[in-house]
Design a protein around this ligand. Structure first.
Ligand SMILES: C=CC1=C(C)c2cc3[nH]c(cc4nc(cc5[nH]c(cc1n2)c(C)c5CCC(=O)O)C(CCC(=O)O)=C4C)c(C)c3C=C
Ligand SMILES: [Fe+2]
Length: 479
């Protein structure tokens, strides 16, 4: 992997401020407004980053990757919300000066996953074709697609084994749809009618489809809620970049009022829900206080954090600190540790690695271990296969006798209620989403240039990436 340099949105909750590193011109930056939104009810609350629309919006063609047009709906329910000067749970909803009726939309962003084994390779292609996943220097960006093709083909057999082991596909779509429905109901219970949409980054229903539906429905206020508690360039950052591109290119979208919740790991409701699940699962051990709480987070390449300024590791550490603090307040004083899983490719990822730590803990004589997936709120391949099968086997082989795993939050009522609160808190300050013009995904519209680049790119890719070390790495870790 080549070190990324991130041009996108970052937020740092420690300083309660919003940072940006847009590669846009100074005039665009002058038109940009950032606001951080905090609720009074919680010292550490979700952050809503707000983008102000420039007076004139650049019009470019939106390039959609992959087959986006399958007829699979991503809309959960339909409703409209009439805004007067309304107070919901103490939150004041401003009345826009120009409309009597608002249509509120909530867009849930997620990664997506292959629904069948045949979907695995094209899903992997979409993932590796993302410039926020494989970040190439500008000169080499024409290699992105051939490289994605190569890596996805090499990685597919290993991935397919994993998906086959969990029933032949990812459960992510079903779970996310269920979460969307539950969130819609929770919002209704709080007096807010809304449409809740699901937009996946790499598989159906794609974010682009969800946005098209939002347009068709005439949504006037949109809250964007990534289902990743912590912000990473590779997850929330990538999805927001796609949204920025779409919003920049569309007159309707560029004037839509939008709040983006960048991260929400610090919300009281989320922390409490995680602490509840951990406390409950500890009771499955015969000696609960002996069990080590083993937080396993999805990793990212070190270069994201150290070179590109990804706040992911800081947010993860703070998140673990807050969960442990909540547990201690309840008298749960178990030891804990944090490690990073799901390494892909030959570069260094965040350490310590989950597999290495498990072996070390076994050697040190730890006998009971409670695994806690912490970077994701749904069951998926990395909980069901990697943790429940691979890591469990490794732990038992390493001498750990008692193993349990905390389920992902899924539809946990306190969690869904908290997401609803986060949406309501983010709503009043919505304004139009603005995107910079220059992004890493600029494409060639001239087919001849494109074909020449693909041709030479493929040759270069073969030379650079088909060394024996790379091939082994692709097969074991992806790229
Ligand atoms: C916070 C969560 C995630 C981060 C950060 C993340 C970064 C990241 N992932 C890859 C490569 C792969 N991820 C894959 C699946 C996958 N990733 C996440 C979450 C995060 N990824 C989820 C929830 C899933 C599973 C979806 C599902 O189908 O259930 C895969 C495919 C599976 C496999 O082959 O292992 C790959 C590959 C990179 C390179 C990366 C950061 C740069
Ligand atoms: Fe991943």
């Amino acid at each position: 992997m080549i070190a990324p340099s991130y041009n996108g949105v970052l937020s740092n909750p420690r300083f309660q401020s919003f940072h940006s590193k847009f590669s846009s011109s100074s005039s665009e930056i002058r038109n940009l407004t950032y606001v951080t939104c905090h609720s009074d009810s919680n010292k550490f609350t979700s952050q809503a980053s707000l983008f102000l629309c420039p007076a004139s919006t650049n019009r470019t063609n939106v390039v959609l990757r992959g087959p986006f047009c399958r007829d699979r709906r991503n809309l959960i329910g339909q409703a409209s919300y009439s805004v007067g000067s309304t107070t919901l749970d103490g939150v004041h909803l401003e009345t826009p000066s120009h409309v009597g009726e608002e249509k509120v939309g909530v867009l849930l962003l997620n990664l997506g996953g292959p629904e069948t084994l045949n979907d695995v390779q094209p899903f992997l292609f979409n993932l590796f074709a993302d410039p926020d996943i494989i970040r190439l220097p500008r000169l080499f960006q024409f290699l992105q697609q051939p490289l994605a093709k190569l890596i996805s083909v090499l990685r597919a057999p290993k991935s397919k084994e994993g998906y086959a082991a969990i029933g032949g596909g990812s459960p992510l779509r079903k779970i996310t749809d269920d979460q969307a429905l539950a969130l819609k109901k929770a919002l209704e219970a709080k007096g807010l009618s809304s449409n809740v949409y699901v937009g996946m980054r790499y598989w159906y229903p794609f974010t682009e489809e969800a946005v098209e539906q939002i347009k068709r429905d005439g949504v006037t206020r949109l809250v964007v809620l990534p289902l990743y508690p912590q912000f990473s360039i590779s997850t929330t950052g990538s999805s927001i970049r796609v949204l920025q591109q779409m919003f920049r290119a569309d007159e309707y979208l560029s004037s839509l009022s939008v709040s983006v919740i960048n991260s929400w790991y610090q919300r009281e409701g989320y922390i409490k829900s995680m602490a509840d699940l951990i406390q409950k699962e500890l009771t499955s051990f015969s000696e609960p206080e002996e069990a080590m709480i083993f937080f396993s987070a999805h990793g990212v390449p070190v270069s994201y954090v150290e070179d590109a300024g990804d706040p992911y590791r800081d947010q993860m550490e703070e998140c673990i600190f807050l969960i442990m603090k909540a547990l201690k307040a309840r008298g749960v004083n178990n030891e804990h540790t944090l490690a990073y899983q799901s390494r892909v490719g030959p570069v260094q990822w965040l350490k310590p690695y989950t597999d290495k730590v498990l072996v070390e803990l076994g050697q040190k004589g730890v006998k009971s271990l409670l695994a806690v997936p912490v970077s994701f709120v749904s069951e998926h391949i990395e909980t069901l296969e990697e943790i429940d099968m691979e890591y469990k086997e490794l732990a038992l082989e390493s001498g750990i006798k008692n193993w349990a795993r905390v389920p992902a939050l899924g539809l946990t009522p306190s969690f869904i209620t908290d997401l609803a609160d986060a949406v309501i808190e983010a709503l009043p300050s919505a304004t139009a989403l603005y995107a910079p013009t220059s992004t890493s995904e600029d494409v060639d519209h001239d087919p001849v240039t494109y074909l020449i680049k693909i041709f030479f790119g493929s040759i270069l890719a073969f030379i650079f990436f088909l060394s024996p070390k790379m091939i082994t790495s692709f097969k074991n870790h992806g790229f």
